[in-house]
Structure formats: C-alpha cells, structure tokens
Design a protein around this ligand. Structure first.
Ligand SMILES: Nc1nc2c(ncn2[C@@H]2O[C@H](COP(=O)(O)OP(=O)(O)OP(=O)(O)O)[C@@H](O)[C@H]2O)c(=O)[nH]1
Ligand SMILES: Nc1ccn([C@@H]2O[C@H](COP(=O)(O)OP(=O)(O)O)[C@@H](O)[C@H]2O)c(=O)n1
Ligand SMILES: [Mg+2]
Length: 194
C-alpha cells in the first residue's frame, strides 16, 4: 500500500493561520477533484471523538502549539491510505508545519510535486481569524491564541518554504485579494503541474 501512495500526486498547502488554505483547497477540490486532507480538521475530528488522545491534542491546540509529529503524520497517512484507490491526488493542508515534518512525511509516504505557499499579511490573517472566530466555534480563533499561532508560523513554518524552494517546487500565492482572485493564481499553479 505504501508504494501506491508513493505514486500519487501530492501537493502541500502551506500558509499562516487564516491565510486561506482551507478556502482555496475547497475550490481546488471542486475544480480538480483532488482529495483535501486538512491536518487541523483531522486533529479537530480526533478531539471531538472524545478519545483520550483527543483530550491531549485539544489542550495543545488551544495553546496554538504543535502536536507531536508522529501523531499528525500517522493521521494523515491513515487518511491517505483510506482514499488511495480512488484519489486523483492529495492536497495536504496545514502540513508540514516545520522542516522535520516534511522530511518524515517523505520518508514514510512520498515526495510532494508542488508546494502552494498561501501568503497573506499578518494583519490580514488576524482580521480574518477574528471574523471567523465569531462563527467558527474554534477554540483557537481568539486573539491570544492567534498571536501564538502566528509567532509559531513565522518561527517554524516559514523555514519549510525555504527548504522546498531549494527544490524549485514552491509556487507563491498572494492571498490578499478576493477568494476568486486568489483562486485564479492557485489554478494557474496547478495547471502548470498537470
Ligand atoms: N478576502 C478574502 N478572504 C478570505 C480568503 N480566503 C479565506 N478568507 C477568509 O479568511 C478566513 C480564514 O480562511 P481559511 O481558509 O479558514 O484559512 P486557513 O488558512 O485554512 O486557516 P487555518 O485553518 O486557521 O490555518 C475565512 O473565514 C475566509 O472567509 C481570500 O482569498 N480572500
Ligand atoms: N501539522 C499540524 C497541523 C495543525 N496542528 C495544530 O492544529 C491547530 C489548527 O491547525 P489549522 O491548520 O487548522 O489552523 P492554523 O493553525 O493553520 O491556523 C494548529 O494551531 C496546531 O495547534 C499541528 O499541531 N500540526
Ligand atoms: Mg484551515
């Protein structure tokens, strides 16, 4: 089964909290039929299952910190294997969050063919998340945790961009405009890959 994953197309979607990763992934699924796996959503599903592991994850996520690498990687791998037979390719949203997460992913699953870097200004991300927080019900959409998630993003996740830039597979998407304006950049980047 591992080999089957090795052959599948993998796109990493990396960007700050509130940059628009999830929004753009939904539009990519509509247009290209890829399988969208959001690491954050997988973790939140585990939390809402009420499992012991979910309780531990919840505390970490409420602090805006990173959960253990093995946990999130195993959850993504399980989700990919479950869809491997029918998937046209995978959008891995919100992972890797640090370089070693990328290295471990490639050891256990396979190499990405594209990294979509969804780039928005810090104040744009804060504004969007505060607005989303009014309806999302996410325990991490509050000012204090948003700030921690942003700090962690700049410290741990931006180096991921540089790491994959070295391989020439990064496409930077400026996500300041409307959802459709941003999506036209995303579609152009994916079309150049297909
Ligand atoms: N104007 C504008 N708003 C956007 C765009 N993309 C997302 N938003 C808004 O910004 C908020 C955050 O978008 P998400 O797609 O949830 O962001 P995310 O990167 O998945 O955030 P995390 O899951 O917290 O990492 C949403 O409530 C959207 O309404 C965009 O391209 N333009
Ligand atoms: N690879 C990942 C993905 C999410 N997470 C945790 O899950 C939370 C929500 O992730 P998300 O991608 O939905 O949201 P953002 O943190 O990107 O805004 C993060 O703040 C982390 O606490 C993680 O630890 N490792
Ligand atoms: Mg998201």
């Amino acid at each position: 089964m591992g080999d089957k994953l090795k052959d599948s197309k993998i796109i990493f979607v990396v960007g700050g909290p509130g940059s628009g990763k999830g929004t753009q992934c939904e539009k990519v699924v509509e247009k290209y039929g890829f399988t969208h796996l959001s690491s954050g959503d997988l973790l939140r599903a585990e939390v809402s299952s009420g499992s012991e592991r979910g309780k531990q994850l919840s505390a970490i996520m409420q602090r805006g910190e990173l959960v253990p690498l093995e946990t999130v990687l195993d959850m993504i791998k399980e989700a990919m294997i479950a869809k491997a037979d029918t998937s046209k390719g995978f959008l891995i949203d919100g992972y890797p969050r640090e370089v070693r997460q990328g290295e471990e992913f490639e050891k256990k699953i396979g190499a990405p063919s594209l990294l979509l870097y969804i780039d928005a200004k810090a104040e744009t991300m804060v504004k969007r998340l505060m607005k989303r927080g009014e309806t999302s019900g996410r325990t991490d959409d509050n000012e204090e945790t948003i700030k921690k998630r942003l700090d962690l993003y700049y410290k741990a996740t931006e180096p991921v961009i540089a790491y994959y830039e070295g391989r020439g597979i990064v496409r930077k998407i400026v996500s300041e405009g409307t959802v459709d304006e941003v999506f036209s950049q995303v579609a152009a980047a994916i079309d150049s890959l297909l």
